[in-house]
Design a protein around this ligand. Structure first.
Ligand code: FDA
Length: 393
């Protein structure tokens, strides 16, 4: 005998749990299934174990999508303040770290516990370690064939996330279901991911591995100013993760190191005061020593300042202001925080996340072609899209 529910949600991550809460509160019989052993595994590991659960400044402009307007409706109807209210109602301590990023004081597990409590109070049921083998459309709804038996539902919400971190059970399941129902997909790529360098450049930058600096990373008109980290694989740190979502293979990115420092003025003043100093000594007042050394050596300008003309000093400063790096690639889904692209928003109703051509079928969260910046924006999309579908399904 097949189980029968009103709403079947596949995926007990951020979006699926949220959808279950809001559908359950409406009195719908809700079942959430997940193939993993525990729900919300990405919540658990997020934000270094403290979950950057939202960003107080989240707006549609912080999201990448082929249709930049699509996310507006869901984001407007469930805001960062709405999520914060839930967090506070459960007595979870939180703090703003930087740039509007809200984190738990203690543990990301507090967010999972909160969602599970809300889910139970809403009367929704969660079943783990249930693998879905196939999904079919029936006359009145959907049939999901699972290892634990068949499940019939009037509504079906796909909340299985993207492809990032396959080690944690990411499958690309949502895209397969989308294809099965003939929905268009926007090409998927790893986002919020460290960038790699070709072996020659990597060897050249090897002495800088482990150094972090304040930097602006830009690609076209898009720019992010946050920390940049040189690693033994290439470039990382928040400014690089952010720009990685905009970067395309073959493109260069422009780095401005310590954007507030006028290195040209600094070098010229130092030359006037004490021409015997080396350029790298002066640069090291504002840069890690190894980076100052590397920059001066790269320009072959390690002589005393008195021996260097103003043009040479300008060129040295410019090499920090406009440092073009052409990454070889990215670290891929193994370390990417998110998957860009996904179910084409053109196929979905922006208010409910329902598939326009298949009433009762919904796609929410990361599997949809809406991807946030680093800093709590992706969870906000998961909460907001889950809320939207939960109210409709
Ligand atoms: P999510 O991936 O959370 O959930 C999908 C669920 O579906 C999983 O439980 C999975 O097991 C299940 N599933 C998959 N395939 C299935 C199948 N075939 N059958 C059954 N179940 C299946 N964002 C942010 O805003 N702040 C942050 O601090 C972080 N930090 C962070 C750290 C790291 C290391 C990563 C990888 C990612 C982040 N993110 C983040 C991004 C954030 O985790 C992500 O955007 C959301 O978890 C997406 O929520 P979803 O519910 O869409 O998918």
């Amino acid at each position: 005998m097949a189980k029968q529910v009103d709403v079947l949600i596949i995926g007990a991550g951020a979006a699926g749990l949220m959808a279950a809460i809001f559908a359950g509160r409406r009195g719908r019989r809700v079942l959430v299934i997940d193939h993993a052993k525990a729900p919300g595994e990405k919540i658990r590991i997020s934000g270094g174990g403290r979950c950057n659960f939202t960003n107080i400044h989240a707006e549609p402009k912080n999201y990448l999508s082929a249709n930049p307007h699509f996310a507006k409706s869901a984001l407007a109807r469930f805001t960062p303040r709405d999520f914060l209210k839930m967090v506070e109602r459960h007595g979870i301590g939180w703090h703003e770290k930087t740039l509007g990023q809200l984190f738990c004081n203690d543990s990301a597990r507090d967010i999972i516990r909160m969602l599970l409590k809300e889910l139970a109070e809403a009367g929704a049921v969660l079943e783990l370690q249930v693998a879905v083998e196939a999904v079919e459309k029936t006359e009145t709804g959907f049939l999901a064939r699972t290892g634990e038996g068949d499940i019939l539902s009037s509504s079906l919400i796909i909340a299985t996330g993207g492809k990032s971190i396959p080690k944690m059970g990411a499958t690309g399941f949502a895209y397969r279901i989308a294809e099965q129902f003939g929905l268009p997909l926007v090409e998927t790529r790893p986002g919020l991911v460290p960038l790699t360098l070709d072996p020659n450049l990597l060897a050249e930058l090897a002495p800088l591995s482990g150094i972090a600096v304040d930097a602006e990373a830009s690609h076209g008109k898009t720019r992010f100013r946050e920390a940049l980290l040189f690693t033994h694989r290439g470039l990382s740190g928040p400014s690089i993760l952010q720009i990685s979502s905009y970067w395309r293979e073959g493109d260069g990115i422009v780095l401005t190191i310590e954007p507030e420092v006028d290195f040209a003025a600094l070098l010229k003043a130092a030359k006037r005061e004490n021409g015997r100093q080396a350029a790298q000594t002066v640069l090291a007042q504002h840069l890690p020593k190894r980076l100052a050394q590397y920059v001066a050596e790269r320009q072959a300008l390690t002589r005393p300042l008195a021996d260097l003309g103003d043009k040479a000093l300008d060129a040295l400063a410019q090499s920090l202001r406009h440092w073009v790096v052409v990454p070889a690639g990215s670290e891929g889904y193994r370390t990417a925080e998110v998957t860009l692209g996904g179910v084409d928003t053109g196929a979905l109703d922006s208010k409910s996340l329902q598939v326009k051509a298949v009433p009762g079928l919904y796609f929410i969260g990361e599997c949809v072609d809406v991807t946030g910046w680093l800093g709590g924006y992706n969870f906000q999309w998961a909460w907001a899209s889950g809320h939207a579908a939960g109210l409709a399904a």
